[in-house]
Ligand binder design. Structure first.
Ligand SMILES: Nc1ncnc2c1ncn2[C@@H]1O[C@H](COP(=O)(O)OP(=O)(O)OP(=O)(O)O)[C@@H](O)[C@H]1O
Ligand SMILES: [Mg+2]
Length: 205
């Protein structure tokens, strides 16, 4: 599963780390793959002493190399964190090619919405190079509670026949501070757990 978006700072690494832990806590054998030369996930795992293994693979050959590294006998889910598409097109295309499932993290704002077509273009370009179709889900992130922005953008997405997860990740201080810290889920973290279940359910895995 590859987490991607055009721009930097859209919440890719935060979301990748949270989802990886949600699946691991649900009993799946998870490996995280850090395809970002910035090494955010690698550092996070070291700082917080993750029990989930993280493998650094910031290369545009990820789609050919990953299967030799991540054996399906050992892992159920490989979660790939990517750099911003606009900065590292080669790596992100490769990570898109490798994925059965793609998650596009997005804040419900006009600036993020406006660049979304570039992500669809990239996915369309990669599509003929893949063996099967990837399942693409938008995951709304940094959603202010008691606002309707995510619902409004979701409707617009539905009209363009793109899928967005029903579960949305709220804008919250504990997520703003989570990179570098241990990931533990509290009762109020249902959105993350629900999003993980929804994405897996959609993919049938
Ligand atoms: N749900 C959230 N609530 C509050 N802050 C968030 C949330 N998700 C992400 N952030 C904050 O937004 C910023 C960007 O997040 P993150 O580093 O995950 O983005 P990114 O897309 O991986 O960035 P880059 O493209 O540089 O790798 C960080 O400061 C992070 O703490
Ligand atoms: Mg990142």
């Amino acid at each position: 599963m590859t987490v991607t978006n055009l721009k930097g700072g859209s919440g890719k690494s935060t979301t990748t780390g949270l989802l990886a832990h949600a699946w691991a806590e649900a009993g799946r054998r998870v490996i995280a793959v850090d395809a970002d030369p910035q090494g955010t996930l690698t550092r996070w795992a070291q700082d917080a002493d993750w029990y989930i293994p993280v493998f650094g693979l910031a290369t545009n050959k990820l789609h050919t190399e990953l299967s030799g590294i991540v054996s399906p006998d050992r892992y159920d889910v490989a979660v790939v964190d990517t750099p911003p598409l606009e900065l590292q097109r080669g790596i992100v295309y490769s990570a898109m090619r490798a994925a059965t499932d793609v998650v596009v993290t997005l804040a419900p704002t006009s600036s993020e919405w406006d660049v979304l077509p570039k992500v669809w273009d990239a996915l369309d370009e990669v599509e003929p190079l893949r063996s099967g179709q990837a399942l693409v889900s938008v995951l709304w992130n940094r959603v202010r509670t008691n606002t309707t922005s995510a619902a409004v953008y979701r409707e617009m997405l539905d009209e363009s026949r793109r899928y967005s997860c029903r579960a949305v990740i709220p804008l919250a201080e504990r997520y703003a501070q989570v990179i570098g810290a241990a990931v533990t889920f509290r009762a109020e973290d249902t959105a993350v757990v629900d999003a993980a279940a929804e994405i897996a359910g959609r993919g049938g895995w």
